[in-house]
Design a protein around this ligand. Structure first.
Ligand code: C5P
Length: 235
């Protein structure tokens, strides 16, 4: 039985390359993330194929944001595809609408608090209220939980702060910005190893480039899974 705490980001140009990568990785990984970049390259069809024909779990990373009625309609449409996770921005009206749209399906709604690529000067440019980023992330997570989010996306450091909140009990924390020991961080600013992320309270980690850019993606995925395993055995 694969350890499904690892979600591999299929950040490749199109569905054909995505399917090829999933086949190369093989049975060790059973959870894949499909993002906006692949949407116009057959991303939804790939999601469907991986789910229906290969039995994989699917995380659709769309980071939806719009008026409530539009978000609800979009999520209702997506919920028909029998997917597992969907991201929306963590604004309460968006989360509430997404939960309405997902009603009756197994689709879990994950809220994005503050994009991990943004720092305080970016927030100033967006007229976001004063306060340090980690503090605002926790407040946004609490509001998203209150609005019904099944979980949040959080960097490894934020994961610990959110997991410490009583309101996070029973909610999912999904963590990108994870770098296996000895690999390049790329543009991710606040990284942690797979074991650290899990110890910080993440239920799932998302790993992209260290796997899809590796010469042997299956071996790279196996290395991440081994590091996740250490987090459980070496406490
Ligand atoms: O290649 P890498 O491991 O950095 O990929 C991480 C994945 O997680 C990418 O698909 C990226 O878009 C996504 N992501 C992120 N930070 C967020 C939300 C999603 O890195 N806050």
């Amino acid at each position: 039985m694969p350890d499904n705490r690892l979600i591999v980001a299929l950040d490749v140009p199109n569905a054909i390359a995505g399917l090829d990568l999933a086949k190369q990785i093989g049975p060790a990984v059973d959870f894949y993330k499909i993002g906006l970049g692949m949407l116009t390259g057959g991303g939804l069809a790939l999601a469907n194929e991986l789910k229906q024909e290969h039995g994989k779990r699917i995380f659709l990373d769309m980071k939806l944001f719009d008026i409530g009625a539009t978000v609800e309609a979009a999520v209702r449409g997506l919920a028909q595809f029998d997917l597992d996770f969907l991201t929306v921005h963590g604004d309460p009206h968006v989360v509430r609408a997404a939960k309405e749209g997902a009603a009756g399906s197994n689709l879990k709604i994950l809220a994005v608090t503050i994009l991990t690529s943004m720092d305080r000067s970016d927030l100033d440019a967006c007229l976001i209220q004063e306060g340090e980023v980690p503090e605002l992330v926790v407040t946004r997570a609490l509001r998203a939980f209150e609005a019904g989010a099944d979980g949040v996306i959080a960097s490894p450091q934020e994961a610990r702060l959110i997991r410490n909140q009583p309101e996070a009990e029973g909610r999912l924390i999904v963590t990108p910005g994870v770098r296996p020991t000895g690999t390049a961080s790329g543009d991710q600013k606040r990284t942690a190893t797979p074991a650290q992320a899990i110890k910080n309270g993440a239920n799932y980690i998302v790993v992209g480039r260290p796997i899809h850019k590796a010469t042997d993606p299956a071996a790279a995925a196996a290395a991440v899974l081994a590091e996740i395993d250490q987090s459980t055995t070496s406490t």
